[in-house]
Design a protein around this ligand. Structure first.
Ligand code: NAD
Ligand code: UGA
Length: 318
């Protein structure tokens, strides 16, 4: 099978590439190596892929490619994974929003147009738990109202709607996976676990936004990759499907710090900073639909996943 992965050098993208290559698929990765975080980390992610047979990379900004070039990327491709985006909830305010709108909405629409012109068999879009905002019920099912609480969430929801309407109008075989706070080796350095572990290992203070009682449904990256594989390769996924990919075990930030203390074997020091605009109090996703449609359930629980991320941060090349 030939697969196109946008955002191939990123956290989730590089793991997804690696899994597909190890299964023997041909993978074309596209990534602009944007400087939202240190591009040398993305180059390090790519090093895991470069020795594997079947991998090629096109370093390019999708937003700068012509329609013909986008169509060319999809030539002969069976499955698209569209993971390229401007991520991060807390930096999507003020003038930063223009970049989010361009990278997350405009690029997705143009890629969907290219998919419509092609004969791609599946278009998997990396959506987000941020589409729910402050959900009324937990665990939140896919039918719950979507009311994002951050500008980032608005862009992820807009792109998800685009996937739905290209499916409804043109039969483009999209599936949107709503990932819930993903963690594990190669995690982005702006995310909580990465920052907490880095601070704990260096003996620095951990900065907690608000009182630390906010709840997250952390999802281990290997589980997200398994959901990606199922969404791209499994039969019977209807065009326009929207599916939660959640860890199945919500925990507060304070609870997470307790687990971290166990993993590093010493107490951590915490300073509290103001709660961040756009940060929801709780996420927690129902995974019943993922089980039915994708035959998927999360497997890795936070203590095990966190220990693996600690080991990676102690020895990133490993
Ligand atoms: P990441 O930043 O590590 O990866 C995204 C990659 O996309 C980066 O390598 C970046 O260089 C690339 N990129 C951005 N804009 C591009 C463009 N215009 N052209 C080409 N490449 C471009 O982020 P991640 O955490 O791996 O997230 C992957 C996807 O999953 C994103 O769509 C994100 O919104 C979504 N998501 C992530 C999480 C999470 O917890 N990490 C949760 C929900 C959804
Ligand atoms: C994460 C990703 O960053 C988004 O790209 C993604 O779309 C989103 O998950 C999602 O699930 O959809 P977030 O939940 O904010 O967003 O992830 P973290 O950065 O891991 O933050 C988790 C919690 O820790 C938040 O409440 C945050 O405020 C808090 N935090 C984060 C701190 O207290 N201190 C920090 O230094 C960083």
């Amino acid at each position: 099978m030939k697969v196109l992965i946008t955002g191939a050098a990123g956290f989730v993208g590089s793991h997804t590439c690696e899994a597909l290559l190890r299964l023997g698929h041909e993978v074309l990765g596209v990534d602009a190596l944007t400087d939202y975080y240190d591009p040398s980390l993305k180059k390090a992610n790519l090093q895991h892929l470069e020795g594997l047979p079947g991998f090629s990379l096109r370093q390019a900004d999708l937003g700068e490619l012509s329609d013909a070039e986008l169509s060319g990327l999809l030539d002969g491709v069976d499955v698209v994974y569209h993971l390229a985006a401007q991520p991060g909830v807390r930096s999507s305010w003020q003038s930063g929003f223009a970049l989010y709108a361009q990278a997350n909405v405009v690029v997705t629409q143009r890629l969907l147009e290219a998919a419509h012109r092609s004969s791609v068999g599946r278009f998997v879009y990396a959506s987000s738990s941020s589409v729910y905002g402050r959900a009324a019920t937990y665990p939140t099912g896919e039918d719950a109202p979507t009311r994002p609480f951050s500008p980032y969430g608005v862009t992820k929801l807009a792109a998800e709607h685009l996937c739905g309407l290209y499916a409804d109008n043109w039969g483009v075989p999209t599936v949107s996976l709503r990932y819930f706070t993903v963690y594990g080796p190669r995690q982005r350095p702006d995310m909580a676990m990465n920052r907490f572990i880095a601070a704990a290992l260096a003996g620095r203070e951990i900065r907690v936004y608000g009182d630390g009682e906010q709840v997250r449904d952390f999802t281990y990256v290997e589980d997200v990759v398994a959901a990606n594989l199922a969404a791209g390769l499994r039969d019977g996924v209807p065009p326009g499907a929207v599916v939660n990919v959640a860890g199945g075990g919500s925990i507060t930030v304070n609870g997470l710090l307790g687990v971290l203390e166990g993993a590093v074997g010493r107490p951590v020091r915490v300073v509290h900073e103001p709660r961040q605009p756009g940060d929801v109090q709780q996420t927690g996703g129902s995974v019943e639909l993922a089980a039915r449609l994708l035959g998927w359930r999360p497997r890795v629980e936070v203590p095990e996943g966190l220990a693996r991320q600690v080991a990676w941060q102690q020895s990133p090349a490993g």
